[in-house]
Design a protein around this ligand. Structure first.
Ligand SMILES: Cc1cc2nc3c(=O)[nH]c(=O)nc-3n(C[C@H](O)[C@H](O)[C@H](O)COP(=O)(O)OP(=O)(O)OC[C@H]3O[C@@H](n4cnc5c(N)ncnc54)[C@H](O)[C@@H]3O)c2cc1C
Length: 386
């Protein structure tokens, strides 16, 4: 079977490599270059922490475990399995965290409430305010270096004979003919037995080319749930081996001594058309917050400030399945794609090769198609989400 995968982010490359591992011949077509989409601007926290409803939680939990398995089997340096420490420093967050920990424990999720002394052992440079609320430790959670993960996927694709074509934008589908194919912007035609759309936030635009309406949450104004800042620091002399979230700042190592920062309330001004500079007031606010969370950050500077654009189907949940009107075209679109990529790669490859996957049954595209769900603003991100 020859499968054409459209889009070379973490999802498309994971689907492509898992198909090739199972014997399929695979071509990946990417409009720009591999990894330049949302996969290049991600906080990349691997977790099932605040994922609802239940079936979406189960999917993310399986995604977290799939990452651990893949990283162990492939000796993958992209996954930092150091866990996640969460401290509630503000009142509303204290209550919410307490309730979330109870709910997650009842589901059997790996979380414990720990003492400040234990938190200091886990993160020696962490500043714990005297009036801090509960501290939760999610030992199984992890963070990913997306560039290393993309590099691993590209190397695996090359070893397995997958052809990855950059600068190849799909502009139309010809799926009903005897020789099903996609056409590229330069007029080239690429035939296949099966096609997989893995184009993230471009899903709605691409599927319109197949006369299908699958609504994605779109960016409309600053602060939409689809957009968020990511700030990178210079290398800093401190000890941090795991991801930390507080009421005002999420922080994790970003490699080579740098830190990656995220603050969900600051996202209210995020606009990809107007990104503040690294010496802006916003950058200063990130630094203020950082110095109140970690010691040895007095010399911190923001070296990159970016606005990421999330790929979120209109009801917030994953889409994975063939289109009823065009079964040769299988669609994958999801937020939390870094967490889910190894799992979705495996499940989607199995389905395309003929083995239906019960874990995907709740995520079929049908629920969103052709007016079943309309565009509407998604709620702002909450603690424990990214
Ligand atoms: C600020 C922010 C924080 C995030 N934090 C986390 C987190 O902590 N944990 C987590 O798990 N996830 C997180 N995410 C989400 C995660 O990064 C994404 O879900 C994931 O990267 C999506 O990968 P993808 O492969 O679906 O999309 P992309 O990486 O966008 O890849 C899609 C590719 O399709 C290509 N394409 C588009 N149209 C065409 C066409 N017509 N023809 C050919 N190619 C085309 C694009 O060029 C692109 O390369 C975050 C996202 C953001 C923005």
């Amino acid at each position: 079977m020859h499968v054409v995968v459209i889009g070379a982010g973490v999802i498309g490359l994971s689907v492509a490599t898992e198909l090739a591992r199972r014997g399929a011949s695979v071509t990946v077509v990417e409009q720009e270059a591999p990894g330049v989409g949302t996969s290049a601007t991600s906080f990349a926290w691997v977790n099932a922490n605040n994922k609802e409803p239940r079936d979406y939680y189960e999917l993310n939990l399986a995604g977290l475990e799939a990452h651990h398995r893949l990283a162990r089997d492939a000796d993958g340096g992209w996954l930092v399995a150091g866990g996640h420490l969460e401290i509630a420093t503000e009142l509303a967050h204290r209550d919410e965290l307490g309730q979330r920990v109870t709910r997650l424990r009842n589901l059997g999720y790996d979380v414990e409430l720990i003492s400040p002394a234990r938190a200091r052992q886990l993160a020696p440079d962490l500043i714990i305010p005297v009036d801090a609320g509960p501290i939760a430790y999610f030992a199984r959670e992890a963070h990913c270096y997306p560039q290393l993960y993309l590099g691993f996927l590209l190397a695996t694709a090359a070893d397995l004979g997958v052809q990855v074509i950059g600068g190849a934008r799909v502009t139309s589908f010809h799926l009903d003919s005897d020789q099903p194919a996609v056409r590229l912007a330069d007029g080239a035609v690429i035939g296949g037995d099966q096609f997989v759309s893995c184009v993230g936030r471009w899903t709605e635009t691409l599927l319109a080319r197949a006369d299908v309406t699958l609504p994605m949450a779109t960016f409309e104004r600053a602060g939409d749930a689809t957009v968020g800042y990511l700030a990178v620091t210079n290398p800093l002399p401190l000890s941090l081996a795991r991801l930390i979230t507080t009421s005002r700042l999420n922080v994790r190592p970003d490699g080579a001594g740098r830190l990656l920062l995220q603050a969900l309330d600051l996202d209210s001004t995020a606009d990809p058309r107007d990104v503040p500079t690294t010496d802006s007031g916003l950058a200063g606010e990130f630094l203020n917050r950082l110095t109140s969370v970690l010691r040895n950050t007095g010399a911190a500077a923001i070296t990159q400030l970016r606005v990421g654009q999330r790929a979120i189907p209109a009801d917030g949940r994953t889409v994975a399945g063939p289109l009823p009107s065009a079964p040769r075209l299988y669609v994958v679109a999801t937020h939390s794609g870094v967490t889910l990529a190894p799992l979705l790669g495996t499940l989607v490859a199995e389905e395309i090769l003929g083995a239906p996957q019960p874990l995907l049954a709740a995520f079929r595209p049908d629920r969103l198609l052709d007016g079943a769900v309309r565009h509407r603003p998604l709620p702002a991100r909450r603690p424990g989400q990214q």
